[in-house]
Ligand binder design. Sequence first.
Ligand code: 7TS
Length: 417
Amino acid sequence: MSVAAPAPSARAALDVEAIRRDFPVLARRVHGKPLCYLDNAASSQRPRQVIDTISGYYQSSHANVHRGVHALSQEATDLFEGAREKLRRFVNARSTREVIFVRGTTEAINLVAQSYARPRLAPGDEILISWLEHHANIVPWQMVCEQTGARLRVIPMTQSGELDFDAFLSLIGERTRLLALAHVSNALGTVVPVQRFIAEARRHGVPVLLDGAQAVPHMPVDVQQLDCDFYCFSGHKMCGPTGIGVLYGRESLLAAMPPWQGGGDMILAVSFERTIYNDLPWKFEAGTPHIAGAIGLGAAVDYLEEIGLGRIAAAEHDLLEYATTRLEGVDGLEIVGTAPDKAAVISFKLRDIHPHDLGTILDMEGVAIRTGHHCAMPVMDFYGVPATARASFAFYNTRAEVDRLVAALGVAQEILG
Ligand code: 7TS
């Protein structure tokens, strides 16, 4: 009998128990039960490596950046700019000039709306988004449309939660000035086949912004391969700190855009007559930045890369399949969003139990899920529900936690009938 080589998936399997020990919060109890954290789409947890990096920075290297000749300021600047290089490599931007530190996805999209779109839009121009979007990729465009007289157009979705590509083909046209799409839907988990959309947008000469908030923590992302113009993501969903995120922008577009906010750090010279703006990327980073946040985000990138985004995606896919099967077996449960290509996000309804009641009972069982509209009210409207319950998984979750979710749903059914 020959000894077979381990299957690639087995060889690549994660040592989840070892990984879980990196996350101190996963050891705590909630309402007397071990925490079962299944709200990763809202925000992930942080490993000790990230927490220690932030703490170490404050303990030994903190000073303001880009402005001191003294040792601490230079050290802080090196750490801050070193983090930018890590982020560049993480999404494969061509240069750190294309990596702008912002507060998060929301700020990144507002920056593009106000600095890229607003000066270019005229009445009758169109911004094209989709029905799947998080409010962060809807409202900034509505605001800029109001400011300019441009019009918001929306690519419809299908019952499974996919975008209607034929409808997209009929919507994109001469008046389209920008296409702004989620890479992965936060409410349904749908992975949007963005490359098809980008290829078509290219044919029309339409620039593309991708909201990657739910994509970068869960799959390898390469902005050059995607050939998108802007890519936005948040640190707190990828094991990094809150209050920090990245706007990737194609350099030729960023160079032509006016600054978004004015102040210190974004200038080369100021007089009362005129100001000369700083180079990229600092032109878009007015004021003292979130230094510890950027450094912590760099540590999160190191952490994710050491595990490997490919292995993370595979592990989460396994959890998604297992959880989908288990949840489909729960009497009266209906999964909302059934696209064939999904990230590890499962929205669901359980009979006519209100999701908030469900969430409250699950919490008493130590199981944290999100309930509500998930900042995607149009998606809720599409399915005719005010809210859903949503379990969202990370690579540190286990099949045993899926079992706990299912058991807690049983408790809820008993209590609520
Ligand atoms: N875009 C998507 C696709 C998101 O999922 C979120 C946050 C945002 C943008 C906004 O990110 P922020 O970091 O700027 O707030 N999504 C969620 C969620 O699903 N539950 O809570 C926040």
